[in-house]
Write a protein that binds this ligand. Structure first.
Ligand code: MG
Length: 398
């Protein structure tokens, strides 16, 4: 076993699996913003994961959705089940590639914490509302949730997560925001790559949402198997399943196809990443950061197949008239709430009004807008709908 893998971790736990020399381990962590003593009986990244799982923002993911609105049915993915699926896929690949599973899991579970209600439509609406006040970006908001908005601990705001989890959450960032963020935004200024664990979660996210959008889209009747047969990734697996199981009920066929799509993507990702890593031969996390490109990657063939699937989902599912109708409602709810709270901050719940009052003295209207955006982004789908009713339906109690 390599020396680095035998090393006693700072939390006192010996890593059970051999980490690659270029994986993140506690010994090369850049630490937390507020100094804390090492955890007992768990690793630093397990502590991050546990704090994420116990956060209010994580619980709210149960009632937030990506494409479908929460009340449409109990069988659809929510942001919570999506995050669990990303963590499952991420952990499996991390183990095969000898990367840090605990860190991968933490980043995966936290990656969607900053999402608004109503998925993409809600995010776009809030971004439009915030355009004169610095914009709204869900990656940045996820970081804001774990750095500032969770108010649970005695010694600090936020969850005080390790640098590596925070950096992994921040998938994209403009240069101007990177400068404001300091250390965690540094890699965007230096044009460096994130850890392989962060790169991995990014693609595990893609594998999870593409495959579950196929599954949920079929279940909702918004797309059909006949349409999907035009997509090679689906068609190949579908033909294989019906050839081998001609009498299988359709629901089982769909599940078999979806799980095979996930499996083929995971296998491709593992093999292609091994090849990329083998070419660059990184010896440390610094080599990963300084590489010209990301090293966790699909091969060219799978990239193309994925593009075809994404293109299909964009045109057939995300632009389906029923999805667009919901997007219009989401836009109306988010922008109406934003407008009403910007016009009169006294209508906000007291804890948010207090923040506006203190922010305003420092940062004027932009400060108020950020507090209103935090309030709206934190809402679940159903909370946003009932808050809209309370504000605009005279028959509803306030
Ligand atoms: Mg996601």
């Amino acid at each position: 076993m390599a020396a680095h893998a035998k090393a006693q971790l700072s939390s006192g736990i010996v890593d059970m699996f051999q980490l690659a020399a270029y994986a993140v381990c506690e010994n090369n962590s850049r630490g937390r913003r507020f100094k804390e003593s090492s955890p007992h009986h768990r690793t630093e990244f397990q502590r991050d994961r546990d704090r994420i799982v116990h956060s209010a923002a994580f619980r709210r993911l149960e009632y937030k959705t990506q494409v479908f609105v929460n009340h449409e049915g109990d069988m659809y993915r929510t942001r919570l089940t999506h995050s669990l699926e990303v963590a499952q896929i991420g952990r499996a690949i991390a183990r095969i590639l000898h990367l840090n599973e605990d860190l991968t899991e933490s980043i995966a579970l936290a990656h969607d914490l900053g999402h608004t209600p109503f998925g993409h439509a809600g995010q776009e609406a809030l971004n439009r509302c915030m355009q004169d006040y610095g914009g709204f970006e869900h990656n940045l908001q996820s970081l804001r949730v774990v750095d500032e908005l969770e108010e649970k601990y005695a010694d600090f705001n936020g969850l005080n997560l390790s640098f590596e989890t925070r950096e992994g959450i921040l998938k994209h960032c403009s240069l101007s925001n990177a400068r404001i963020l300091g250390e965690v935004g540094e890699r965007f200024i230096k044009q460096q790559q994130p850890s392989l664990e962060a790169q991995l979660v990014n693609l595990a996210d893609e594998i999870a949402y593409n495959s579950h959008d196929v599954d949920d889209g079929l279940r909702a009747g918004l797309i059909t198997i006949e349409q999907l047969l035009a997509v090679q990734l689906f068609r190949e697996q579908y033909e294989h399943v019906v050839r081998n199981y001609p009498d299988l009920p359709q629901r089982r066929v769909i599940h078999e196809v979806v799980r095979r799509i996930i499996d083929s993507q995971v296998s491709d990702l593992v093999e292609s990443s091994r090849v990329c890593i083998g070419k660059v031969k990184p010896q440390s996390i610094t080599d990963i950061r300084c590489a010209n490109d990301t090293l966790v990657s699909f091969g060219p063939g799978m990239k193309q197949l994925n593009q075809e699937l994404k293109h299909f989902l964009r045109s057939a599912l995300y632009r389906h008239y029923r999805v667009l109708r919901m997007s219009i409602k989401a836009e109306k709810i988010v922008s109406s709430l934003f407008e009403v709270f910007m016009n009169d901050a006294r209508l906000l719940p007291p804890e948010y009004y207090r923040k506006v009052a203190s922010e305003k003295s420092v940062n004027s209207v932009a400060g108020q807008a950020r507090v209103v955006a935090d309030y709206i982004a934190g809402m679940t789908d159903r909370y946003a709908i009932s808050e809209y009713e309370r504000m605009f339906n005279p028959m509803m109690s306030t």
